[in-house]
Design a protein around this ligand. Structure first.
Ligand code: ADP
Ligand code: MG
Length: 576
């Protein structure tokens, strides 16, 4: 229902509404009941009014973190996550997250207040002047500006549709300050709102594409299925599982697809990654792109054996992006996988026993090799000792959400911590960025109501660390574990110049991040052994209290850039 503003000046009393109320009504009408943002001119009152109208408004300390929260809310719910910012600098801070959402195919709407068009367009120097719409355009899927209160309904509807239909992505919605106070007749305002019907329509694959894909899959001697975060996003969990099991093929989950089928599933080839990539003859991609994370589908990682690729994706332009796709299947994952299942009929041939044996042998060997390392109780801790503990905790608490960022902390945790349920692991995504941690943790707690475990490198945590105040303020069940090795990659670098400045990659030695949490009333723990770590995490998960555990790691533990050190350019002229 529109809130009604009484006009004092008109003789005949008319029921009025305004921009503030129409934006709130438009969001609520479309089930967008949570806003992540930072208040300020010109959206401060909007935040208050939205909260009063029953929208959950979460105020952050920096827009980038609010934006990351909105982006992952989109991934977790299939509804666009909403981020609200002030003009120019706030908008720019939110823009990184908007670009991140677009790159990762997460639906999100960045709503920013902006200065007045007349002044911006004549470049006359307004408060926080910036042509925000023009700047946002290349970084998102779509960008819109609303100038008239009567167009708010349509503007919000277009933003929602653009964010969630087809390949999901980020949308920018520009709302100039003047719009908020614009008044119009309340009945006309109500009529102008649009409830978006079927925002992300099913996209049914063509029968030919299904037939073609099944023929290729049937011809495989060494099939492999790769599950990407598009498959997690699709929420077609039962169909995906039934399909993978019916093929009998080994599957490899990309990082945020872990848990779609449990990592302990007999067909999971996570621990035999290099073998399956090299030796497979038919590879079926489900919601995963052949980008850098899969070595572009060619080169050393993929070996010399010829391969045929089948790809399921909602975005037709994704096909042939890096290598030839012999069987493109374009459509939404739920519809595509269901069509494949139906097409397989009753007597689909079992996968080759030799292939399955080769893969499982390799996998079981690798797991057995890793096992003793994970049980060490060394002090100072190394990555394996600390992660061995967290691995057991996640096994015992499979419905907790795991947030993970860092370099070594990311690469090792991804491999070591098994996931058991869909959409429980959220991490640095397509760009491999640092800084998503606290925003993701907050949105995960808000959107799912589940406990959240954040496994953070000390460097990664620094990008969003101030949001521990936000976590305490909203009393969220978030447990942050900081793998503190005193620096970026390691804490042992020395300054080659001999001056007193520290090396560029090291931080304050022996820093106590746990004290940050205590400053805001949360629980802080300094853990120096795997046993202490285990006790502290279990206590945090049981209590649901905001907790930060400073896990003291050996400063010498860790390698340059984790597993992607090869991407660093090297100077051949470097002084010895
Ligand atoms: P990962 O990094 O896990 O490999 P990517 O982000 O590279 O995953 O790939 C996800 C892919 O999933 C994108 O190409 C995107 O178009 C696709 N996608 C997202 N949602 C759907 C959906 N509902 N149906 C089909 N494809 C989808
Ligand atoms: Mg570190």
């Amino acid at each position: 229902m529109s809130a009604v503003v009484q006009s004092a000046s008109t003789e005949a009393e008319e029921n009025l509404t305004d921009g503030f109320n129409l934006i709130i009504d438009a969001l609520k009408l479309n089930g967008l009941n949570t806003i992540y943002g930072v208040p300020g001119i010109p959206i401060t009152d909007f935040g208050r009014m939205a909260q009063a109208a029953g929208i959950r408004v979460l105020s952050f300390r920096h827009e980038q973190n609010a934006g990351y929260a909105a982006s992952i809310a989109g991934f977790l719910t299939k509804k666009p996550g909403v981020c609200l910012t002030v003009s120019a600098p706030g908008f720019l801070n939110g823009l990184t997250a908007l670009a991140h959402a677009t790159t990762n195919c997460f639906p999100m709407i960045l709503i920013s207040g902006s200065s007045e068009r007349e002044i911006v367009d004549l470049q006359q120097g307004d408060y926080e002047e910036m042509d925000q719409l023009a700047i946002a355009k290349p970084l998102c899927k779509a960008a819109f500006r609303v100038l008239h209160a009567a167009d708010i309904g349509i503007g919000v509807a277009r933003a929602i549709r653009a964010a969630v239909s087809g390949r999901p992505g980020g949308v920018y919605l520009d709302l100039p300050a003047k719009l908020f106070g614009q008044v119009m007749n309340a009945d006309a305002g109500k009529k102008s709102l649009v409830k978006v019907i079927d925002a992300a329509p099913a996209q049914i694959p063509s029968p030919d594409s299904i037939k073609r894909a099944l023929e290729v899959l049937k011809s495989a001697k060494k099939p492999l299925i790769i599950l990407g975060k598009g498959a997690s996003y699709a929420q077609a969990d039962d169909a995906v599982r039934a399909f993978v099991e019916k093929t009998g093929a080994p599957f490899l989950p990309m990082s945020m697809a872990k848990g779609l089928l449990p990592d302990t599933h007999p067909q999971c080839a996570g621990a035999a990654r290099s073998t399956v990539l090299k030796d497979a003859d038919v590879v079926l991609l489900i919601g995963a792109r052949l980008n850098w994370l899969l070595s572009h589908g060619k080169g050393k990682a993929w070996g010399d054996a010829p391969k045929k690729f089948i790809q399921i994706d909602i975005e037709p332009k994704e096909m042939d992006s890096n290598v030839e796709i012999v069987a493109p299947v374009v459509g939404d994952i739920g519809s595509c996988v269901t069509a494949l299942l139906n097409g397989m009929g009753g007597n689909w041939p079992a996968a080759s026993a030799d292939w399955i044996k080769a893969v499982t042998t390799k996998r079981d060997d690798n797991i057995a090799k890793m096992a003793p390392k994970l049980m060490n109780n060394n002090v100072p801790m190394d990555y394996h000792g600390a992660l061995g503990v967290l691995r057991t905790i996640v096994k015992e608490r499979p419905d907790a959400i795991l947030v993970n960022e860092g370099a070594n902390t990311l690469d090792l945790a991804r491999g070591i911590i098994d996931m058991y349920q869909p959409r429980k692991r959220i991490d640095v995504g397509t760009w491999g960025i640092m800084g998503i941690g606290m925003g993701y943790a907050i949105a995960a707690a808000i959107e799912t109501g589940k406990p959240v475990l954040c496994v953070e490198g000390d460097s990664a945590f620094g990008f969003s660390g101030m949001e521990v105040e936000t976590i305490c303020r909203y009393k969220l069940p978030v447990c942050i574990v900081i793998f503190n090795n005193d620096g970026i990659y390691r804490g042992t670098d020395v300054n080659a110049s001999g001056s007193s400045d520290p090396a560029p990659t090291v931080f304050v030695k022996g820093a106590r991040y746990d004290k940050m949490m205590e400053a805001f009333g949360g629980v802080g723990v300094n853990a120096t052994s795997p046993d202490e770590l285990k006790r502290a995490v279990n206590a945090a998960m049981d209590s649901g209290k905001p907790t930060l555990i400073n896990a003291v790691l050996d400063p010498a533990a860790g390698s340059e850039s984790g597993r992607i050190g090869n991407l660093n350019p090297q100077s051949k002229l470097k002084k010895k």
